[in-house]
Write a protein that binds this ligand. Sequence first.
Ligand code: ADP
Length: 745
Amino acid sequence: MPATTDSSNCDREQIQFSGAIQPHGALLVLGETELRIQQASANSEAFLGLPPDALLGQGVARVLGKSASAELRERLAAHSLSAGLVHLMTVQPLAGTPACHLFGHRTADGHLLLEFDRLDEAARISAPDVYQSVHAALHRLQSAETLQAFFDHAVVEVRAITGFERVMAYRFAADGSGEVIAESLAAGLEPYLGLHYPAVDIPEPARRVCRLSWLRHLPDAGYHSVPLIPECHPETGAPVDLSRSFLRSVSRMYTGYLKNMGVKATLVTTLLKDGQLWGLISCMHHSAPRYLPFETRAAVECLAHMVSLLMGRKDAEDHYAYRLKLGEAREQLLDAMFQANAPHPALRAAEPNALSALDAEGVALLDKGELHRLGQTPAEADILALAEWLARRDGLWFASHELAEAYPPAASFQPLASGLLAVRWAPGSPDGLLWFRPEWRQVVHWAGDPNKPMEIDDSSGEARLMPRTSFELWKETVAGQSRPWLECEIEHAIELRHGIVDLILRHTEQLRRINRELAESNLELDTFAYAASHDLKEPLRGIHTSIEFLQEEDGPLLSSSGQGRLATVLRLTRRMDELIETLLQYSRVGRIDLRLEAVDLNELVVQTLELFEPLRKERATARMLGRLPVVECDRVRVGEIFTNLISNALKYNDREEKRVDIGCDASADPPVFFVRDNGIGIAVRQYARIFQIFRRLHPRDAYGGGTGAGLTITKKAIERHGGQIWLESVPGRGSTFFFTLAPPR
Ligand code: ADP
């Protein structure tokens, strides 16, 4: 009765410990030091002329004769047999059975295995021709222009050398499933080209064996296995590891599978790329069993090595032009950023193709929390949430062609972006670049239902996995996947990130240096202004007192015009003293350290208003609109700021009813304070001038006079707090001065 089971069961089948071989050769297990036979395959008589009973416990000379076994010893010493199966020599067994090729290798558990494979005289004679055709095949392979053309050639060449009816190149995907990417087949056979095989078809133990040996041959899928006698090793009591054995009996799962496909013989070679299992070249014979002699096998193995080597190069060449294009785009973008000397705007203003050279439908740049999108991307909120998720992950780059697998909310924008390639500037921050690829609704042709559980046949009383019996092609639409990202695309993104981060860092460092220099030179200037004005004050005081004395003592002696001049000199020294005093005040704001404390601005403004005479005398109202917050600031400086602004609001106002409103927008971060009046107003073109020192927009004595330094000092005090000052004004209607007391967030 068939039952179902999880296919991972077959991942656990230990095919290398079957304790049996295929019948097309014989196998001996020997003790290393004396070369004494410890196990022999049950078919030894056919190949070596003696049954296992007659062999066990004997030295190998019993089979090969003295001189051949001495030669064998030498060969064994000359080869490292641990890396894999080695052709040691050809031998003529004493018993007169036909000559054999003798192979040897040492198992991972330290046993010496000898394998005998009948020598094929015809193959020996035609061997030079085979090598010749391998040579020619290699030449043709090298000239293939693309990876696809390369494999199209490879399967034709292998078929020509082996004479198998079907030769396929098979490529593994990351999930262990595979696809037939090239095929050469005899007329009348159903093509398998383009078929996908689920991972269970080549379970992990089989993939392990693929990695260990370059070539596996099954001359007759309907063979009866030959046990080793005894089945377990006499010393360890366990079956020997046959992973690298050429004769190893294969899994029943595999032969059943082949039977279902109508395959009578196979030859499979491994394709490795950078030491990793990349694919297989799989040869199948459908009409009859097919045995390949050693010489041809060696030629195919050699070809598989070469294909593995050349394939990596072809793969790289295949993407060469694309790599070049990506490199140029990268250079162009980084150059623009470098020239602009400001990475962020250049990144945003980049030519669309600089970011989109990478083959994606959309790209998003998240920069200091601001999102810029190009092409087809998910909605803004979706990207921001995705970027936050990325920021919580380890690693500064991320690539997936099935995003919703890793990030389930992506299911909602799957059609637009099933694939994501992202780089971030710094750990913990979502800022960076994200490329999106839409869903690739491909139709995958599976050579069997990959979701259908396997069947267990327990009719023999022993539960074992059965291969699927139906290979009818069916189609599965793969949802939620995009085209996978290529290695060179991921490299491009990572390198672009390096370049950008490098520029950002360089730019930040440059800004920091400029700011430092600016702060230093400002301080120097303030110190200079302080010293100069301080030193000017003393002689000025001297001049002033001398003139006063002169006026008192000798004034009456002077003519009236002389007296007038003395009065002018006195007035000018007073004015000069006022200016020097203002300069000192200005330099003090720049030099002294702020005394920061939590200040209740309501209290501070109320105290300030009390100082204003006009409010008491004239028809002027000053009021606070709403409550002001408590802020961290220098109480004295901020008091001066309010005093200055309120004083100007009352001064530059010729209305009957002067009005000053003081308030704050506390919802802004940092809060924005304002002082609004209904005074004379200021023209827009004068906005910058009023903050320049000693600049007045009116004659010196108009509007109560002034030095023209109030707003300059106010601005400086605000900037010392990290804040900014700006205004809005309509001439004739009034002005509003706004300011903050902390850096922008
Ligand atoms: P001062 O008041 O000593 O002249 P300030 O630096 O305070 O110097 O102001 C510079 C100039 O800006 C003033 O001379 C005046 O022309 C203009 N100004 C300042 N505040 C106002 C205001 N609230 N309304 C109109 N004009 C103003």
